[in-house]
Design a protein around this ligand. Structure first.
Ligand SMILES: [Zn+2]
Length: 288
């Protein structure tokens, strides 16, 4: 019987071992393409307000119009992929004139699915989905991610499941949590176990509100605010939105957040700030 030279057989065995090891790693394709941590900012909608008064409990914005960005963030790590917030729902893109939500106008100019496709990804390729909180502008596309593990803050989930859900929460948008794998959090969480992607417990806006801290090789430490702050002014002036669940918790979270920023010389991204969204590399470019 013809037999391969030993070197060729060894090469064949080595190739099989590589193929088997790739098969056992979820998102092996995505992982192999990202040797370092990357942060992508995706356009997941925008909100237009005739009256921004909800963003201060001291009448700072009464009667003032305004606009907020609504990005989602894709984090590609050598060990997998995390989507941080899912924005307004892709369904809104069918209404170029926007849709009304309690007097706020929501627009989606490009769908999340289309943007993921630009990276060769589908929702099934996203290993983890996590949320700053459960307001409708952060969970709009959650139910697309039926094959991901949802990383959920327990207090946030309990509040959303109350017989009367808090204002700004639509339970139907997160109904998928019952059918997916979940990881429930009671505090901070190191997503990939190496300290580069950390979910930070920052309650106040909602009972289980969270921020996200990233350790990027070139850019340094970047913290995504969630809705701890909605605008650059709110951060600078420590304004507390009147829609927040807890004023005292909000101020305590702001204290912790600003200490982390100082101690790590971190760059802050106020997620809803149109200025910060414009500063970020335009998708599919990324920070690393
Ligand atoms: Zn929001």
């Amino acid at each position: 019987m013809y037999s391969l030279p030993i070197s060729a057989r060894r090469a064949g065995i080595a190739l099989m071992a590589v193929l088997l090891s790739l098969a056992s790693i979820p998102n092996a394709r995505a992982a192999s393409e990202t040797p370092t941590l990357r942060l992508y900012a995706l356009d997941c909608g925008r909100a237009v307000f005739t009256d921004m008064s909800m963003f201060s409990d001291a009448d700072d914005y009464d009667g003032q119009p305004g606009q907020l960005a609504d990005p989602c963030f894709l984090i590609r790590h050598p060990r997998g992929t995390l989507l941080w917030d899912t924005g307004l729902g892709d369904k809104i893109a069918a209404h170029p004139e926007g849709v009304d939500f309690n007097g706020i106008r929501f627009y989606v100019d490009v769908t999340l699915e289309r943007q993921l496709k630009m990276l060769g990804l589908s929702p099934a390729d996203i290993q983890f989905v996590a949320f700053s909180h459960f307001h409708v502008d952060h969970v709009g596309n959650a139910n697309l991610f039926t094959r991901s593990t949802w990383i959920i803050n327990r207090a946030e989930l309990n509040a959303a499941l109350a017989p009367v859900p808090p204002s700004g929460v639509d339970k139907s948008l997160i109904s998928g949590y019952e059918h997916v794998e979940t990881k429930l959090l009671d505090g901070d969480y190191d997503v990939f176990g190496d300290g580069t992607v950390r979910i930070l417990n920052m309650p106040g806006h909602t009972p289980g509100h969270q921020a996200l801290m990233l350790k990027l090789a070139k850019e340094g430490i970047v913290i995504l605010s969630g809705d701890l702050y909605h605008t650059l002014d709110n951060r600078r002036l420590r304004r507390v939105p009147r829609i927040n669940a807890q004023r005292a918790d909000t101020l305590a979270s702001m204290d912790r957040f600003e200490h982390l920023v100082t101690n790590n010389r971190a760059r802050v991204i106020v997620q809803h700030s149109p200025e910060d969204f414009r500063w970020l590399p335009k998708f599919p470019r990324y920070l690393e």
